[in-house]
Design a protein around this ligand. Sequence first.
Ligand code: NAI
Length: 257
Amino acid sequence: MRLRDKVALITGAGSGIGRATALRFAQEGANIVVVDINDDAGAETVRQVRAAGGQAAYTHADVTDPAHTEAMIRFAETTFGKLDVLFNNAGISHARDDDAINTELAVWDLTFDVNVKGVFLGCKYGIPALRRAGGGSIINTASFVALVGAATPQLAYTASKGAVLSMTRELAVIHAREGIRVNALCPGPLNTELLMKYLDTPAKKQRRLVHIPMGRFGEATEIANAALYLASDEASFVTGTAFTVDGGITAAYVTPE
Ligand code: NAI
């Protein structure tokens, strides 16, 4: 088992990438702290992990709130004794996120609160816990949009993911000598709730698919497998990376017909 006896905290684990990763990490022997603001969804993830024979516990935390974030880290240590893996994965993509002219300030602020401040607070309270465990792995979910621009604008989201990526690099450098690795995951467009609620017609889906060399959306489980590698000791010399799992989208100029 690749994560035997490790304790992993996953934010946004009630859905999509977070839930798929909770299930995958648990299969590999980790104890999982499931964090979300949607309590029913978080409880369902715990149920699924336990039904598959794994160990998991849920705690409610809004990653934008320092008191909640501090408490979720404490919960990991009191419930499972330590923290080895911190997956700052919770993120939002706002329906009214648009170009510079049309994006409201409130949309910009909310997006940055969850996507950027949430990662910062996870690290602020999580890094001391990783130190107490003698080192560990932090994975921050950025996106392929941190690497390439799109004509279908979502300026706040794109800028927030750029911030996650640059924050990840600096954290990696600062903490490299204390055995804490920090990597960003850059998923391509996925077949999850976050994206599919916007791509709700075949034409909207096709507008995106034409840019993906593999010609399909990714699955949350494919991102979970990448997170598993970054979380495990197999990635012991890997830090500061923008780990791209995107069906080739960022490598493409023209895609196959
Ligand atoms: P999702 O919408 O399926 O799941 C996100 C989860 O985060 C939900 O359970 C939600 O309740 C939770 N959440 C939202 N705000 C929160 C907060 N303030 N505190 C705690 N939990 C909160 O999304 P998905 O697709 O699994 O996305 C996960 C991450 O992957 C996000 O950071 C997203 O930006 C990123 N991503 C997603 C892509 C996609 O195509 N779906 C592509 C690239 C990156």
